[in-house]
Ligand binder design. Structure first.
Ligand SMILES: NC(=O)c1ccc[n+]([C@@H]2O[C@H](COP(=O)([O-])OP(=O)(O)OC[C@H]3O[C@@H](n4cnc5c(N)ncnc54)[C@H](OP(=O)(O)O)[C@@H]3O)[C@@H](O)[C@H]2O)c1
Length: 312
């Protein structure tokens, strides 16, 4: 089967750069949107040049120029967007409505992967303010895609390992401590952690797969479905000693959230739903979804243990 041509939007981002590498690595003709708005950001420019050296095509295009987006869409079969959606960095999920308009007008795109890659927003109707904005915006984009009858795959990647495992599941921390950890509640709620390079691998695998057409692809690597306590135990084994533990109750966590700024509160809401309510693991995948490690058992995913070894 001929491999799809792919446009990556947000290709210099935290996840986007991994998508570009995975796409090139899996032999797809790869196009990367090059926005004039990056201006004199020399890091992004160097990254784009590196992609070009590796065989990617850089396609000029701006969210302020509809025609440029339509022209970019016309070059490819598949569009993957990894535009920003984490408030402590930047959040532009709704800009994707412009991509939806462009894809609709171009009329040739066989599959669109919007910027999701987290908790399934369809399962978060009852989410708390202010963090629910992430899910509401992602759902608005989904509705626009489906109204426009654009074929899609939504990737529910659960917790990015770099954000969550690195900090032993504590908000605001991305390096594991060797002396003390704060458990969220009793620390026993199961969550799911996925290495960011694996997220990219699974996404690119799913692209030409009819089994993932108009479905949600859930990434649930079986060995990485663990509670915070289990993540900490893995770390303790690696460093060869127990670390001191305290815990923060649900009420204390919610009270502490009130003292944070808006962007931090959004993030803390997400931690709350994952680590106090178990929103990643409290449902079975239904007919609307597929599980990635079952579809692609050949991907040798990174376990939490392997991931944490990087910090030794
Ligand atoms: N599950 C999790 O734990 C988790 C963690 C983090 C992120 N995520 C999700 O992953 C997705 C990608 O997030 P990320 O952290 O990789 O994003 P990011 O690195 O913050 O940003 C990605 C890209 O968004 C583009 N962008 C930023 N501002 C823009 C603007 N004003 N106009 C147009 N484009 C703009 C840039 O693309 P250019 O290359 O064009 O400059 C940037 O490189 C989001 O949906 C996010 O919610 C999930």
């Amino acid at each position: 089967m001929e491999k799809s041509k792919v446009l990556i939007v947000g290709g210099t981002g935290y996840l986007g750069r991994r998508l570009v590498v995975a796409c090139l690595g899996q032999g797809h003709e790869t196009y990367v949107l090059h926005r004039p708005e990056i201006g004199a950001d020399v890091d992004k420019a160097q990254m784009l040049l590196l992609y070009k050296e590796r065989g990617a095509h850089l396609i000029p295009g701006s969210f302020s120029d509809h025609r440029s987006l339509v022209d970019a869409m016309k070059l490819v079969d598949v569009v993957i967007c990894a535009i920003s959606g984490v408030h402590i960095r930047s959040h532009h999920i709704l800009l994707q409505l412009k991509l939806v308009d462009a894809i609709k007008e171009a009329g040739n795109v066989k599959r669109f992967f919007p910027s999701e890659f987290g908790t399934d927003p369809a399962k978060m109707e009852g989410a708390m303010e202010p963090g629910r904005v992430t899910f509401d915006d992602k759902m608005m984009v989904r509705r626009a895609i489906q109204d426009a009858k654009i074929p899609y795959t939504y990737v529910s990647a659960n917790c990015f390992a770099g954000y969550i495992v690195g900090g032993l599941c504590q908000p605001g921390k991305i390096f594991p401590s060797r002396d003390h950890v704060v458990l969220l509640g009793d620390g026993n709620q199961k969550a799911i952690y996925v290495d960011e390079d694996d997220i990219a691998m699974y996404t690119i695998k799913a692209m030409d797969d009819p089994r993932t057409l108009n479905k949600t692809l859930y990434l649930r690597p079986p060995q990485n479905i663990l509670s915070q306590r289990e993540v900490v135990q893995i770390w303790e084994k690696l460093i060869g000693r127990e670390i001191q533990k305290s815990s923060i109750s649900k009420d204390e966590f919610l009270a502490a959230m009130k003292g944070q700024n808006y962007a931090e509160q959004v993030g803390m809401t997400h931690y709350y739903h994952v680590f106090y309510e178990g929103c990643l693991t409290n449902f079975e995948i239904g007919a609307e979804g597929e599980e990635a490690s079952k579809l692609y058992p050949e991907i040798n995913y990174t376990t939490v243990d392997q991931f944490l070894k990087r910090y030794l």
